[in-house]
Design a protein around this ligand. Sequence first.
Ligand SMILES: Cc1ncc(COP(=O)(O)O)c(C=O)c1O
Length: 379
Amino acid sequence: MKRYLFTPGPVPVPEEILLEMAKPIIHHRTAEFENIFAEAREGLKYVFQTREEVFILASSGTGGMEGAVANTLSSGDKALVVNGGKFGERWMKICQAFGVEVHEIKVEWGNAVDPQQIEEVLKKDSSIRAVLVQASETSTGVMHPVKDIAEITRQRDDVLLIVDGITAVGVFPIPFDEWGIDVLVGGSQKAFMLPPGLAFVAMSQKAWKFNEKSNLPKFYFDFKRYLKDAKNNTTPWTPAVTLIIGLAAVLRRFKEEGLEKIYTRHARLAHGTREGLKAIGLELFAKNSPSPALTAAFAPSGINAGAIISRLRERFGMTLAGGQDQAKGKIFRISHMGFIDRADIIAVISAIECVLKDLGYDFEFGAGTKRASEILGTE
Ligand SMILES: Cc1ncc(COP(=O)(O)O)c(C=O)c1O
């Protein structure tokens, strides 16, 4: 059976990129690798829309998040964390592990944070040194208003905006320099359509000022070392050579397509997915501001989302993600990041309809596929 990967990370990798990565391994302290690294460096600046360096870490996204905290904050600092899902929770856990005090803004799952709330907390508590948020909260399929939050933090010299953009960078606009974000993290296994294993991090000049005072322990993720070495097209430690070769190839593709088209492609696939699901009476998990990276939808009442997911895998070779924690069994999540195209989305909506019919859901069979095709089937 042909297999389809619709999880919001890892995502499918295009064949041409797999073939690049299948070439014999080269040594990293060579001119050949340095040229590839230089291309990847420039390409990342293009995607992050920044003049700053974007570091390439040999870790999954969480390593980038850990580095973001460890390189900017100090023990006893207070951080305001937007917690609207599993990854908001991860920010809290990382801060706590490093002895950073957390002021939590709890956001009900499925909702985006109200920036006004952030402004109010910052006004009341001048000891807060950073705001940490997800641009796209993958556990709920919600996009938080980073641009509006940046307008609040950029007015304050003593507050950083640290953004987990792991399912945002390369999906929708999140211009680092223009918006005034201070730390932005990306990950390879999302819009970059690579295997897991790389994290990307950009730091603003304001963040570097914090770095001078930061006393949290750091070694492997010491960004000062990455900054020094990036200028020589290398990394402090053995880089993930194969993945960086793949990254350079992906970034070449990105430049050919152009950021605007990349964003439009994701927005269109997201729209087609959402409308297709709504046409068969399904409700989206995101109450407002759905992320263009993925669509999370409730299973119909009386049907466990796990049953939908397992049948899709058994009958159609399609892997989707379920819900986590409080959303477990209630929702399923479809990624439209990276190497997913219109035909994939039409196929998954159609397969969902087949499976829902089997499971006894009463709906107009074919309505979802029709709607998705109407949206996605034309040029
Ligand atoms: C928004 C978000 N943040 C953080 C992570 C964690 O990244 P990783 O699992 O690559 O460490 C993920 C990946 O699932 C994510 O989607």
